[in-house]
Design a protein around this ligand. Structure first.
Ligand code: HPA
Length: 269
């Protein structure tokens, strides 16, 4: 695995014309941020040696190198979900490559189901912490030399970056929620009982990504900022149906706010 990561990183290094320290994972419905990247150079996942290929609807599947908020950045348009059938090493392969390329800060976004009664559909939630509820751990197996065997997770999401997001939100008059994101394997959305249980466990939102990527990024010493769009609500008295289309629609509606926060954060971080 380590050799494959090195090979992929050298393949990219030979072709990259910038030296980004910042990476972004563009989750569901965040295409708008990708369209703001200038001077871009793109690599479809299918052309990158050893890269898994994304299959889910709405995810294009490419690495973009370019400029955003005045900084050199690397963006992943489309991520690898465990429910697609990838193992955790594949899901988190890009973060391993990011480390080899010299990335120091990672911005992640996703869509999630809100369980906090104060949340509304379309809200943005800054991820302050997570609960790993995936059935397989991304660090399972031989330890990679990027970090310790038993990595600390007391500040998986960088407090300074969270404070910066709050400042920017205030400046732009954007309301931000804060909360704990619980990562599940999917692909089913939760039953009402499951939403209820996850909320009792201390989670404010539930989704099918992010947690493995963040764990590996932290194992590589990469600082992380994460933000979630609340696309549906669960665990309340009246259960409501959730669909992928609905999730996409709510995510698209919240795009402008998310784009502003992310762009400004990248500019100032
Ligand atoms: N559950 C899990 N994943 C999700 C949800 C949800 O309610 N909404 C968007 N992604």
């Amino acid at each position: 695995m380590y050799e494959e990561i090195q090979k992929t990183a050298s393949w990219l290094k030979e072709r990259m014309t910038t030296n980004p320290k910042t990476a972004i994972i563009l989750g569901t419905g965040l295409g708008q941020l990708a369209s703001e990247i200038t001077d871009s150079c793109e690599f479809p996942y299918s052309e990158i040696p050893n890269f898994p290929v994304s299959t889910v609807e709405g995810h294009a599947g490419k690495l973009i190198f370019g400029k955003l908020g005045g900084k050199d950045i690397m963006a992943m348009e489309g991520r690898f979900h465990f429910y697609e059938g990838y193992n955790m090493k594949e899901v988190t392969f890009p973060e391993r490559v990011m480390y080899e390329l010299g990335i120091k800060t990672l911005f992640v976004s996703n869509a999630s189901g809100g369980m906090n009664p104060l949340f509304k559909i379309g809200d943005l939630m800054v991820i302050t912490d997570h609960i790993n509820f995936f059935p397989e751990h991304p660090l399972h197996g031989k330890n990679f030399p990027t970090g310790p065997r038993f990595p600390d997770m007391h500040e998986a999401y960088d407090k300074r970056l969270i404070a910066l997001a709050d400042d920017i939100a205030k400046e732009f008059n954007i309301t931000l929620q804060h909360g704990v994101y619980l990562g599940v394997q999917g692909p089913t959305f939760e039953t009402p009982a499951e939403y209820h249980m996850y909320h009792l466990m201390g989670a404010d939102a539930v989704g099918m990504s992010t947690v493995p990527e963040v764990i590996v990024a932290r194992h590589c010493g990469i600082k992380v900022f994460g933000m979630s769009i609340i696309t549906d609500l669960g665990g309340f008295d009246t259960p409501v149906e959730v669909s992928h289309e609905e999730v996409q629609k709510a995510a698209n509606g919240a795009q402008p706010k998310m784009t502003t926060i992310m762009r400004e954060m990248i500019r100032r971080a």
